[in-house]
Design a protein around this ligand. Structure first.
Ligand code: GLA
Length: 377
């Protein structure tokens, strides 16, 4: 009897030690290895990372991520600042970095009303160009940029943010001058330039029922017209109370039902108060700095850390539920100090939106995500 009890106790102790080891082993896994059977885990790279100056960030990127997107250097104002004069210096290094490290490379973004050069829409007198000229300029931009990286960049955010939260068309210069066909044309030009590349539509606040409906209608129409569209990017710039996980799920399902891949393309979660409701990720929004809008300048209180952790876990739980529909989850930046959230929509704040802290340490939520959601289904 006593012997049995001793054997039992030894067994229990061994199990505890073994499961402890297994947990440690799991926790030590990187995000990219943990999710290798499910989806790519991506991050956006800034200039100093692309130039290799930010060596600590680069170490984290190589360890943790297997997909990259350029935060800014491939936007049209950077890549074609003057008509016909392309600047590929950073973009080339970005693509080389991805290739050297065997990463899935996304090109971001071809047609977007924002961060576009002024010349694109106007003639020498400053008047809007004609429809034909804007189409020609779009074509030349897309063919040159996509053509340069043919076979190397595997997926393109072809059009960014064409639909408003209520589902109507954004009245951008592309829309005003060309009409809604600008989206179709952009996808056609991109497909012509690299028929093998995956082509995506990307937008923020996709959980809004209106935007969901607008995007679904637009994509359906593109598909009916025979346009090749492979994926929809849900940017995933979240706050602590928007979007609701349920509405995000409704959009994820609606997009996936169109027969395209869904990607979470620009994930970050701000804990900071919003100066106004509903600013989504419209980067033209800007508000004056006020101390009360920057409540965690020194550090994040434990209660907020816990709430943020929970919010991350809810979203990763959702991604896990739809792992068959999602092809990539990309964070919009590497560590908290590098996030655009610190400067938008109020400059000079201290935010905590990403998975790595200001010292590049993985936040506790990283091992929680890995432990809870990385196992094969
Ligand atoms: C949008 C764009 C991104 C980036 C963010 C803010 O989401 O798609 O390229 O500019 O805004 O940084």
């Amino acid at each position: 009897m006593k012997k049995n009890r001793i054997q039992y106790s030894i067994g229990v102790i061994a199990l505890i030690i073994l499961s402890g080891c297994a947990n440690k082993k799991q926790a030590a896994l990187s995000l990219k290895d943990a999710f290798v059977d499910k989806y790519y885990i991506g991050t956006a790279l800034n200039e100093s990372q692309i130039l290799g100056k930010d060596t600590v960030a680069i170490r984290v990127v190589k360890e943790q991520f297997n997909a990259i997107v350029a935060e800014n250097c491939m936007k049209s104002e950077s890549i074609q600042p003057v008509e016909g004069e392309f600047d590929f210096s950073l973009a080339d290094q970005f693509v080389e970095f991805g290739e050297q490290n065997n990463m899935f490379i996304t090109g971001h973004t071809l047609i977007w009303h924002s961060q576009a050069p002024v010349w694109l829409f106007v003639d020498k007198e400053g008047n809007d160009v004609s429809r034909d000229i804007l189409i020609e300029r779009m074509k030349s931009h897309i063919s040159t940029v996509v053509g340069r990286y043919k076979g190397r960049i595997k997926g393109w955010d072809v059009v960014n943010e064409a639909i408003l939260d209520d589902g109507s068309w954004r009245k951008s210069k592309f829309y005003e001058i060309i009409g809604e066909d600008f989206v179709k044309l952009a996808f056609e030009f991109a497909h012509e330039a690299d028929p093998e590349a995956e082509l995506y539509y990307n937008d923020y606040s996709m959980a809004h029922p209106g935007k969901r409906m607008g995007v679904v209608n637009m994509v359906k129409k593109l598909q009916e017209q025979g346009v090749s569209i492979d994926g929809i990017g849900m940017q995933g710039h979240c706050t602590m109370d928007f979007p609701s996980v349920e509405e995000f799920e409704n959009s994820l399902v609606a997009f996936s039902n169109l027969g395209v891949n869904v990607m979470i393309t620009e994930l970050d979660i701000t804990v900071l108060p919003s100066p106004r409701k509903e600013v989504g990720a419209d980067i033209s929004a800007s508000f004056e700095y006020k101390k009360e809008l920057n409540p965690y300048a020194e550090q994040l209180p434990d209660s907020v850390k816990i709430a943020l952790n929970k919010r991350h876990m809810e979203f990763w739980g959702l991604f896990n539920k739809y792992q068959d529909k999602i092809s990539r989850v990309t964070l919009w930046g590497v560590n908290d100090s590098q996030s655009w959230r610190n400067g938008w929509p109020v400059p000079g704040r201290t935010d905590y939106p990403l998975l790595f802290d200001r010292e590049f340490n993985a936040k506790p939520v990283v091992s929680e995500i890995i432990e809870k959601y990385s196992a094969k289904k």
